[in-house]
Write a protein that binds this ligand. Structure first.
Ligand code: AR6
Length: 201
């Protein structure tokens, strides 16, 4: 995992998450799980799959979606046009085109409406369905942005807990699962959530 080409990575921190007790969803049976936390531009990562935080049209937008379309090139928009959109919580797949990643999994996170509109379940679906589809497609390394926490306004800490919960459920079946943070504040949030887990060891 350490030796992989992660060009564009500013810093890389590897966390070992020890599963401990049934009261913590990701801490069961005393098993050891590893998830990589990095600060990077998602579009720079040489992994099997990156996950796009898209909108329902799949026709591109701002944030990480805009960066992915800009780096992948116009063929991506053509491919997305044929997908018929994507519902929140669902996932669609395209090639990576000009990106170093082979595959893009496009998911649509929930827009934050205060937390009582099913946002948590939808965000969990984004991670779980992406991880499930990745497995079905033979993906062994996958990188996620912090879905919904930009334009869609999901509280960052709550979103990180949801992300890590889903990732640890799948971590045994992947060689690498990466949380790709774009800035120091997002990195700090993930570090704090992971630190909470470590303090429970
Ligand atoms: N690499 C990694 N993370 C990034 C990058 C990047 N290049 N750029 C931004 N982020 P957002 P959303 C982080 O707004 O909240 C789009 O217009 C960013 O710091 O990209 O799910 C879509 O078309 C934040 O932590 O996605 C939708 O309309 C995270 O990515 C809408 O925004 C998600 O922020 C989706 O909103």
């Amino acid at each position: 995992m350490i030796g992989r080409d992660l060009s564009g990575v500013y810093s890389s921190l590897l966390y070992r998450i020890i599963r401990q007790g049934p009261e913590v969803p990701w801490c069961e049976n005393g098993e050891l799980y590893m998830i990589e936390l990095i600060k990077a531009d998602l579009t720079s990562l040489s992994v099997d799959a990156i996950v796009n935080a898209a909108n329902s049209s799949l026709m591109g937008g701002g944030g990480v979606d805009g960066a992915i379309h800009a780096s992948a090139g116009p063929q991506l928009l053509e491919a997305c046009r044929k997908l018929g959109g994507c519902q929140p919580g669902d996932v669609k797949m395209t090639a990576g085109f000009n990106l170093p990643a082979k595959i893009i999994l496009h998911t649509v996170g929930p827009i934050w409406r205060g937390g009582r509109a099913g946002e948590r379940a939808v965000l969990s679906c984004c991670y779980e369905k992406s991880l499930q589809l990745g497995l079905e497609e033979g993906v062994t390394s996958i990188a996620f942005p912090s879905i919904s926490t930009g334009a869609y306004g999901y509280p960052k800490r709550q979103a990180a807990v949801i992300a890590l919960t889903a990732m640890t459920q799948y971590s045994e079946r992947y060689e690498t699962i990466i949380c790709c943070c774009f800035n120091d504040s997002d990195l700090w949030v993930y570090q704090k959530v992971m630190g909470t887990l470590e303090r429970r060891d």
